[in-house]
Design a protein around this ligand. Structure first.
Ligand code: VGL
Ligand code: ZN
Length: 225
């Protein structure tokens, strides 16, 4: 499934029942960071532009921030003989172990300097339980512990969520699927995200799965402002 083959909705109007969810735009996911996503920095300007549109149209803007304690169980370094990128399946951790990243209080965990964070109404931190990872902005990988995002969005009467940020095939992907499960209409902003593609082919597989589930796709230029 390539991005070119997806169907895109045209002429979308943003209003106060819409939210923009900007996922994990942090230094460690940028080129040169601890868990770099290729071209991760190239989407920053466009994300800032779409944030301005949401602000102008009274949409809500929410950031997520990966926020791990030192020695987190999702880090390969927490195990003997495990390398970053290896498959690992246990309750709340996996399907992959990572290099140490987004450690609380470090420069790597901060948002990229160029990201406009001033327009955000809320910042949701995730992955702070040392034993459980959280790819999704809604619910941790144990599939039990909620972050509070669902309740927050419901209290604001948000119906439709636009997802962008990093990484396409991990945190954006799981956030989109959980949002759909929780009853929101989900639009994945495909040109405002970049993927890790681990294992190779994962980006394509993720896009296909999201499409089959009923997630919709949009590009920034289809949004009316
Ligand atoms: C992410 C792997 C580990 C992400 C976060 O933001 O996609 N990926 N932690
Ligand atoms: Zn993480």
């Amino acid at each position: 499934m390539s991005i070119e083959k997806l169907y895109y909705k045209k002429n979308m109007h943003i209003g106060n029942t819409n939210a923009l969810l900007i996922v994990d735009m942090q230094n460690d996911f940028m080129p040169g960071g601890a868990l770099p996503v290729e071209e991760g920095d190239q989407i920053i300007d466009s994300i800032n532009q779409i944030s301005e549109i949401f602000k102008k149209k009274n949409g809500k803007i929410i950031l997520t921030q990966d926020w791990h304690p030192k020695g987190h169980k999702s880090f390969a370094s927490s195990y003997n003989n495990k390398n970053p990128g290896v498959e690992y399946h246990s309750d709340g951790i996996g399907p992959v172990l990572w290099s140490d990243h987004c450690v609380q209080g470090t420069k790597g965990a901060q948002f990229h300097d160029k990201l406009n964070t001033d327009l955000a109404h809320a910042i949701i931190r995730k992955g702070f339980n040392p034993e459980v990872d959280s790819y999704s902005g809604f619910i941790e990988n144990d599939k039990k512990s909620e972050t509070g995002l669902k309740g927050y969005l419901n209290s604001l009467k948000i119906k439709r969520i636009f997802i962008c940020g990093l990484a396409l095939d991990y945190c954006c992907y799981y956030t989109a699927l959980d949002g759909l499960d929780f009853g929101f209409e989900i639009y994945f902003l495909v040109n405002l995200t970049r993927g890790i593609d681990l294992p190779p082919g994962n980006i394509s597989k993720s896009l296909q799965h999201m499409r089959n589930k009923g997630i919709k796709f949009a590009t920034k230029d289809k949004i009316i402002y």
